[in-house]
Design a protein. Structure first.
Length: 181
């Protein structure tokens, strides 16, 4: 009996690995997409987080990148208020004008309206949103998304991390976002 248990356990390991290789299925307001397999899905911390991913750091980087997806009952302010909040999280690099450090665009993903904010510079990291002090992390990139779903629910995404890691994962992020159907 013990040998059968070991054999079954040995067979289960490749199956679990294969499941992880497919990535995590994500659903926002009835639309689904599969996150890239290298994004590590984690149990969301906090009551308003819907999904939370760690994106492994690129070689030579100190920090992993993170993708956090929130949904706030009753909303979280409008598009402009959130973009203003995000701008306060990323300071332009020395000598860079704010208009060169920040970019906003709008597009549709299926029936969802998407507003995307991009920033590069020094990320003002806070372990908790209400922390008084922030740890400046230079050479970071930030992608914020306001995803207004077809059923009326709005989701807020924040992908942030070292520039090298963000650059290496940007195409996968864009594909994941645009694949919500």
């Amino acid at each position: 009996m013990h040998r059968y248990a070991i054999a079954l356990a040995a067979l289960a390991v490749p199956l679990a690995l294969r499941a992880d290789d497919k990535g995590t299925s994500t659903e926002l307001d009835g639309l689904k997409s599969t996150a890239p397999a290298n994004w590590k899905s984690e149990k969301p911390v906090g009551m308003n987080r819907v999904y939370q991913f760690t994106i492994p750091k690129a070689e030579g980087e100190k920090y992993d990148s993170q993708l956090l997806i929130f949904q706030f009952p009753g909303g979280a302010g409008g598009v402009e208020a959130n973009i203003a909040r995000w701008k306060n999280m990323v300071k332009p690099a020395e000598g860079t004008k704010p208009e060169d450090a920040y970019k906003t665009s709008e597009f549709k993903v299926g029936d969802a309206k998407v507003t995307q904010f991009e920033a590069a510079g020094t990320y003002m990291f806070k372990a908790r949103p209400m922390d008084a002090e922030a740890e400046p992390r230079a050479d970071h990139k930030f992608v914020g998304v306001i995803f207004e779903g077809p059923k009326g629910n709005t989701y807020f995404m924040r992908m942030v991390g070292p520039a090298k890691t963000m650059d290496a994962n940007r195409k996968a992020f864009d594909e994941w976002l645009k694949n919500f159907k």
